[in-house]
Design a binder for this molecule. Structure first.
Ligand code: GUN
Length: 281
């Protein structure tokens, strides 16, 4: 089975749009999302454009603040402080990767936790770790929305999470654990990663390395979720971490790239923004 995002998003959008209309009717304003783009990294330009379009589609108001990559740290701090103070702003996100003079952790601490729709602020990460999340990071949240739609549950199962970034691998492993999976995390220092991965009933790859996951990493019948967004070094086409054409013959279910987790992340951002607006109201 190919686990595409399209039917999932089509099933979820009407409910989200209806909830947004209810919010607007009750509060006399739309949920408001601010997307901050530093510089002109081509992938970041595409993602921030998609996030802004998706926000408009469900009836949010939104703004994109695009700055030169050289914007001083103090200026960005003052921009974020102003957004924190604005009553009409519900969600703030600073698209990553950031220019080298900006520290991603430090910036995550500047955003008011209630408006942190990425769930990168240490308060929100701490809440997540403790099983008391207000907001769930968009990519892991999107993965769970996709799996729920297709009736897939990790409870009791062996899960391999490849990668340990604060955006995906770290929180995803925590959430799988809280969903009663038995979780192993695979990373650069893992000895015999293919062997470890082949034990898993669910494989979540968030390594950012094209062609990393081949058939010898996958147990027959496993569910494979590919979070990688890479360029094929030969063809230049968008691809995940997983050798899709080969692995689809071994896995029972697999997500495509593009059209798998990418659109789910955007949908989860919208859900987070409405959630943030509702919690603040
Ligand atoms: N870059 C890649 N994924 C993300 C994300 O979920 N949020 C932000 N802010 N930047 C990203």
């Amino acid at each position: 089975m190919i686990l595409t995002a399209k039917p999932v998003v089509e099933a979820l959008l009407p409910g989200l749009t209806a909830q947004t209309q209810q919010f607007i009717a009750a509060r006399r304003r739309a949920p408001h999302l601010v997307v901050i783009l530093m510089g002109n990294d081509p992938a970041s330009v595409i993602y921030t454009t998609r996030k802004a379009q998706a926000a408009e589609t469900v009836g949010f108001s939104r703004e994109t603040l695009a700055f030169d990559a050289t914007l001083p740290r103090e200026k960005l701090f003052s921009v974020i402080s102003d957004l924190n103070a604005r009553a009409d702003v519900d969600g703030i996100l600073v698209q990553r990767p950031l220019p080298p003079h900006l520290d991603a952790f430090e910036i995550s601490t500047w955003i008011e936790p209630e408006k942190d729709v990425d769930c990168f602020h240490p308060d929100n990460v701490g809440r997540l770790m403790l099983g008391r999340a207000r907001l769930v990071p968009c990519t892991p949240a999107g993965i769970f929305l996709l799996m729920n739609h297709y009736g897939l549950s990790v409870a009791g199962k062996r899960v391999a999470v490849i990668g340990r970034s604060p955006i995906v691998g770290g929180p995803l492993a925590v959430l799988c654990n809280q969903a009663n999976a038995t979780v192993v995390q695979i990373h650069r220092k893992t000895i015999a990663p293919a062997q470890v991965c082949k034990e898993a009933d669910f494989v979540f790859s968030a390594a950012g390395k094209a062609g990393l996951v081949t058939t010898d990493w996958i147990k027959p019948g496993a569910v494979v979720v590919d979070v990688g967004i890479n360029r094929n070094p030969v063809t230049g086409r968008l691809c995940g971490d997983v050798d899709f054409d080969a692995v689809r013959g071994v896995a029972s279910a697999i997500t495509p790239v593009p059209g798998g987790i990418g659109p789910m992340t955007i949908h989860a951002l919208l859900e987070n923004t409405l959630q943030a607006a509702t919690l603040r109201a």
